[in-house]
Design a protein around this ligand. Structure first.
Ligand SMILES: C[S@@+](CC[C@H](N)C(=O)[O-])C[C@H]1O[C@@H](n2cnc3c(N)ncnc32)[C@H](O)[C@@H]1O
Length: 389
């Protein structure tokens, strides 16, 4: 797909660069991610990691798990335990994703419950699972977010569902009026969940929605846009929300990078003159240190939001050293092997048994980190709740 738009970058001048294979936006040649739709452009694929890089990743994982293992066990309050359990089950092959998403969901749930009455949209819904879990949907034990990925593709998630069918459901939560994503594959995945009344393929900087029509918008993609795209998307959210409507989102803090495992290692290697080791660690960072583009403080967010007619009502940081170390290492580098291994199973019982044991173990291990991050005073991420004036 090539459009007039793909030939232009910010400011309108044509420039040599790399065209995004997903949305045709013309990016700088060295861009790690597309500026418009955040598809990966120059990131090492999981399937391309060498044996040495997998060993380094395994060592890093064990290193970050050590302090987590020695934390005092906690008993979570019932609704928090249910939420963490639901995330660990859906994301069982990536407990690191389950943990951070569950913390974010827990911090946002109270604000969502108190949102003004009226339609609610998820901007950049992806496969929709995160927002569905946040809105109290619980999926069956056979449900698995990572079952159907394109492991050899640049973007493992941009893969239309094959024969997944409707997601197995244990409990219905609150319906989400609209899921919006720029990728067709994500829109069809979200539609299969059954948690969205409607899903549409659209660009957040040009929403096909009436002005003053929504009561609340949640998004965890705002943080990934560069300034000129973010300004347009915030403008669109402001146009579409009713006066008094809420914009709820998560974003990195200004110190985000320094909480990451591989980026910190690379920085230390570099400052001590170990250039090759620094480059190896940056390859394992796989763009995470730049992926969340808006690494800015609350005052900067307030200024950007105020410029679009919002007032920040509330914010809360999360993402401490243990959570971020686990998030940045986790099981991700081993996915190709794990999925290949699981793919060889021709009966469901051993998979269910393994999953049940893994979810139990992760729950015990991660509950203290989860609980601690609900009341963190410093961290790599924050949620922000802003109201349209
Ligand atoms: C980091 S993913 C998060 C997906 C989902 N919210 C979740 O938590 O699992 C960001 C999503 O935003 C979508 N996206 C990227 N750029 C977009 C744009 N300009 N407009 C709408 N969606 C966009 C991507 O396709 C992707 O599915």
């Amino acid at each position: 797909m090539t459009s007039a738009r793909s030939r232009q970058r910010q400011g309108g001048e044509p420039s040599p660069g790399i065209e995004c294979p997903k949305c045709a936006w013309l990016n700088r040649a060295d861009s790690l991610f597309c500026e418009r739709c955040i598809a990966p452009l120059n990131i090492a694929k999981l399937s391309e990691l060498s044996a040495g890089e997998r060993f380094t990743s395994a060592a890093a994982l064990l290193q970050v798990l050590t302090p987590i293992l020695s934390a005092e066990r906690v008993a979570l309050e019932a609704s928090q335990a249910r939420l963490l359990g639901a995330y660990l089950s859906a994301f069982w092959l990536r407990p690191e994703t389950a943990l951070i998403q569950a913390v974010e969901a827990s911090l946002l749930r109270g604000h969502l419950a108190a949102r003004p009455a009226g339609p609610f949209a998820d901007l950049g819904c992806g496969d929709g699972v995160h927002t569905a879990l946040m809105m109290d949907w619980v999926f069956g034990e056979d449900f698995d977010v990572f079952r159907d990925l394109a492991l050899s593709a640049d973007d493992v998630f941009d893969n239309p569902p094959s024969q997944l069918g409707r997601a197995p459901l244990v409990e219905r939560g609150q319906e989400i009026d609209l899921g919006i994503d720029i990728k067709a594959s994500m829109v069809s995945r979200a539609a299969l969940l059954g948690a969205f009344r409607q899903t549409i393929q659209a660009d957040g900087s040009d929403l096909p929605l009436a002005s003053d029509s929504y009561a609340a918008i949640y998004s965890n993609v705002l943080r990934d846009f560069p300034d000129h795209v973010l300004e347009k998307v915030l403008g669109e959210c402001s146009r579409v929300l009713r006066p008094g409507g809420l914009l709820l989102f998560s974003t990195p803090t200004e110190s985000y990078r320094d909480w990451l495992h591989f980026y910190r290692q690379a920085k230390q290697d570099d400052s001590e003159g170990r250039r090759e080791a620094a480059a190896r660690n940056l390859r394992l960072d796989r763009g995470r240190s730049v992926f969340c583009t808006q690494q800015i403080g609350l005052a900067d967010w307030s200024a950007r939001l105020e410029a679009q007619g919002f007032v920040v009502e509330s914010s809360q940081v999360y993402g401490d050293r243990d959570l971020m170390g686990f998030w940045d290492t986790g099981l991700r580098p081993f996915m190709p092997t794990i999925l290949e291994w699981l793919g060889r199973l021709d009966e469901p019982a051993p998979r269910r048994q393994l999953k049940a044991a893994a979810v139990d173990l992760c729950f015990q291990l991660l509950a203290p980190v989860f609980e601690r991050n609900l009341r963190a005073s410093d961290g790599a991420f924050r949620i922000i709740v802003a109201r349209k004036a």
